[in-house]
Design a protein around this ligand. Structure first.
Ligand SMILES: Nc1ncnc2c1ncn2[C@@H]1O[C@H](COP(=O)(O)OP(=O)(O)OP(=O)(O)O)[C@@H](O)[C@H]1O
Length: 314
């Protein structure tokens, strides 16, 4: 849990707490009045298909998008509270930087705008990418610009880091390096990270909490350590081309068949019949099951469900 939360009291245990949070655009709901929470000090993977509502949620947390309904609390405070902004850093997909600024001028701007600025941390990130301080942002490659944007975000020393597909244009070495940096920030400072990504293997490696969204709805949320063991991969022989009847007493999320053999991802409420071959799935297998079947019943672990809150002060 975070050792950096400063607002005191129980609420600062939760980095984000959404109550009936919704965003409606002209064409419809991007986020459909959802209720969930993310504990402080965790690395939370935000997963979902294109158009699921991930950027919308990150945008609301970064105060770039105004919610239509409900409220979002950050470390126990309403997202619009002036105390919230200095504690958050946001890295969007488009990474807006001033093209005419040099790398050094960009970091200087970060220093001037952020009272808790850590110049050494920001410079280290830039140096490790062999970026010349006098290089103009406009002359950098997409991945190099991403590195500068990361330097700005880390230099701010935020308690909450909001990352929208942060590593999509980094080469494998840079991905690995920035990923390690992220993990050491979390370990050393208790920083909370909410990170959208389509790279399931990367999420498996980095995240200890998950928020899966599809069509604006939360489909799964909670500790990976809680969520994954609630599922079993069941392999057996099909009965008349279908699933054995006995499997029907469980929640079957996804089924794959090859010849007469089936492999089903099952959410088990009671122990499974051990005449089948049973195995614990990987996080990636669980995520793929829920992504393939957004109609599967939602699963929120108790950690991800906020206590009822009467007041809705915005
Ligand atoms: N500014 C906007 N105006 C109108 N509709 C929008 C706007 N931003 C997002 N939407 C719509 O809201 C829905 C959710 O979009 P969002 O960008 O949050 O999805 P996403 O999960 O981040 O997708 P991706 O993985 O492709 O980045 C989509 O249907 C999108 O078209």
């Amino acid at each position: 849990m975070s050792g950096t939360a400063t607002s005191g009291g129980d609420d600062s245990r939760w980095a984000l707490e959404a109550h009936g949070l919704g965003k409606k655009y002209r064409r419809g709901w991007a986020l459909r009045e959802e209720t969930f929470r993310i504990p402080a000090g965790r690395v939370c993977g935000l997963v979902g298909p294109n158009g699921a509502g991930k950027s919308t949620l990150l945008g609301i947390a970064a105060r770039l998008v105004e919610p239509t309904r409900g409220q979002l609390r950050v470390f126990g405070r309403p997202v619009g509270d002036p105390s919230v902004r200095p504690r958050c850093a946001y890295l969007g997909q488009d990474k807006p930087l001033f093209k005419r600024f040099t790398v050094a001028e960009t970091l200087r701007m970060g220093q001037e705008l952020n009272p808790g600025w850590d110049q050494a941390a920001a410079e280290r990130i830039v140096r490790e990418g062999q970026l010349a301080p006098n290089a103009k942002i406009g002359t950098l490659s997409g991945g190099q610009r991403t590195r500068v944007a990361f330097a700005l975000a880390f230099g701010k020393r935020p308690d909450l880091l909001l990352l929208d597909e942060p590593m999509s244009d980094l080469d494998p070495l840079a991905r690995d390096e920035i990923g390690s940096l992220l993990m050491s920030e979390v370990a050393e400072r208790g920083t909370t990270v909410l990170m959208s990504s389509h790279m399931l293997s990367e999420l498996e490696h980095m995240c200890d909490f998950l928020l899966v969204v599809s069509d604006g709805r939360v489909r799964m949320a909670g500790d990976t350590d809680e969520l994954v063991p609630m599922h079993t991969l069941v392999t057996g022989v099909t009965a008349d081309g279908g699933l054995p009847e006995a499997l029907g007493t469980h929640t079957v999320i996804d089924v794959r068949t090859a010849g007469r053999q089936f492999t089903a991802l099952v959410r088990h409420e009671i122990p499974l019949d051990d005449t089948w071959q049973l195995a614990e799935p990987s996080l990636e297998e669980v995520l793929l099951g829920y992504l393939r079947h957004p109609e599967a019943p939602a699963l929120l672990s108790p950690t991800a469900v906020p206590a009822h809150r009467e007041e809705h002060a915005a």
